[in-house]
Design a binder for this molecule. Structure first.
Ligand code: PHE
Length: 470
């Protein structure tokens, strides 16, 4: 095993890139991005998104990488090494990872359930996709009755969690790096097959045309905020992951180049997913069928598979694609949290991994049962609707997506740009001149000013605009 000062390391730079890209490529790329791109005017949204990733996404990702690699510590350790009073902000990143993973685990379980369902009971899913999905969440729609969702909240998530824990326990190189080396090529191959299938369906060309034509009439100020929020979520920023992954990288690797590759790959996959989903929906359900989120991926897409030849086969492939996407992301979230707790406390990594996964599982159960069977609410405040009491599940997503992720991304920029100093960050990339970093000055300006201002705007507008941003 490669180590440095007794700490785990990636065996190869490629392993690091695949793992970071594996973290970034997740459910956000496959079911959120296509719907947002559709609503945001096709190519118009794509162009805006591309500009945001190029200017702000790469800035924040590089900030997290330099913090991690310079300190060679977990997130909490990294923040406190650069400024001891900032330790709490590092801790907040870990809390963010904890909350996100508690519900990501649940949704990962649902993906497993759908792989099983398409293999063994596709006729049942397709007979009534909505009722089938409700049933997983504990709602018997035919009889308007609720029940405890044993499969959706307990059994399937436990299978998904078990696999994630198994990989993380094996360590950075033998577990995470190895799994990504198989999972990411598999994901890419499946996506290509599905994309070719989608664009060659009769009627799909309308969808392709829609996505290639920029419709700027659909672009509003909000479109930019949605694109910005989506970029952070999609690139796995603001949740302690890229700091932790960066900390396992050797000093003789080029961080600037790696950042461009990871951001580029994540964006490519999002675009490919959009060119898979939108044309397929146009061809089978009509343009109104395009949606985003879990309901869309688990319910509406059943109609797509129903209406295409060999739909069950492509359905299985699609949920396998989601499985690899979700698994490599879940691994990264768990690693970020586990590294922080085990290194800070000096506790046994294996025990911490199992213990934290169990704690996340317990919190996650409440996420799923709050969707139908039990009345659990959170509290939310925004300037449009005032105080509201959304279902716990929506509350958890709101808190992480609208508040915690942007706050943590902001602290990473401020830490790298101001507290530690952008000059030091640039030097961490250059390694005494070993690597050219011609955009070093541009990055310094972006990490100190442009990215923080953009993030502050998302936080404020996220509150003002209320439910509009998701
Ligand atoms: N980036 C992943 C996606 O696009 C999601 C993710 C979020 C992964 C948080 C890790 C942490 O779905």
């Amino acid at each position: 095993m490669s180590t440095q000062n007794g700490r785990a390391q990636w065996a190869t730079n490629m392993g690091f890139i695949l793992a970071a890209a594996g973290s970034a490529v997740g459910l956000g790329n496959i079911w959120k991005f296509p719907g947002k791109a559709y609503e945001g005017g096709g190519a118009a949204f794509i162009l805006i998104y591309l500009a945001i990733v190029a200017i702000i996404g790469t800035t924040v990702m590089l900030a997290e990488f330099v913090i991690g690699r310079h300190t060679q510590k977990d997130t909490i350790g990294a923040y406190s090494q650069l400024r001891s009073s900032w330790k709490g902000w590092g801790f907040l990143g870990v809390v963010t990872a904890f909350i996100i993973l508690s519900y990501y685990f649940q949704v990962g379980g649902w993906v497993v359930y759908y792989i099983y369902s398409y293999i063994f009971k596709s006729a049942e899913v397709m007979a009534n996709p909505l009722f089938y999905f409700y049933n997983l969440l504990g709602y018997d729609a035919a009889n308007s009755a609720t029940f405890f969702p044993l499969a959706g909240a307990i059994i399937c998530p436990l299978i998904f969690i078990g696999l994630t824990v198994f990989i993380v326990v094996r360590g950075v190189e033998k577990g995470i790096e190895r799994f990504n080396k198989i999972g990411m090529p598999a994901l890419f191959g499946i996506l290509i097959i599905l994309m070719i299938r989608a664009v060659t369906l009769p009627g799909a060309s309308e969808g392709v045309k829609y996505m290639l034509t920029p419709d700027f009439s659909k672009v509003t100020g909000e479109t930019f905020l949605i694109a910005l929020g989506q970029a952070f979520f999609s690139l796995s920023l603001g949740m302690s992951i890229m700091i932790t992954y960066g900390s396992y990288l050797k000093r003789d690797e080029n961080l600037a180049k790696n950042t461009v590759l990871v951001c580029g790959f994540d964006t490519l996959i999002a675009f490919m997913a959009a060119f898979m989903i939108v044309p397929a929906v146009f061809a089978t359900l009509g343009s109104e069928g395009v949606g985003k989120g879990g309901g869309f991926a688990f319910v509406a897409l059943a109609g797509v598979f129903q209406n295409m030849p060999a739909g069950v086969f492509f359905g299985i492939l699609f949920y396998l694609l989601l499985f690899f996407a979700a698994m490599t992301s879940a691994i990264s979230l768990l690693e970020g949290a586990v590294a922080a707790v085990s290194e800070q406390r000096n506790w046994d990594r294996k025990k911490v991994t199992i213990g934290m996964a169990l704690a996340m599982f317990i919190v996650g159960v409440f996420y799923t049962i709050s969707q139908a069977s039990v009345n659990l609410k959170g509290v939310w405040f925004d300037f449009t609707d005032g105080v509201s009491f959304p279902a716990l599940a929506d509350f958890m997503e709101n808190v992480t997506d609208r508040l915690l992720i942007p706050i943590c991304a902001l602290t990473a920029c401020l830490l790298a740009g101001w507290v530690w100093g952008a000059k030091n960050g640039v030097e961490e990339v250059r390694q005494g001149g070993k690597f050219p970093f011609s955009l070093g000055n541009a990055w310094s300006v972006s990490v100190k000013f442009i990215a923080p201002v953009a993030i502050i705007i998302i936080i404020i507008f996220g509150l003002f605009l209320g439910k509009a941003i998701s």
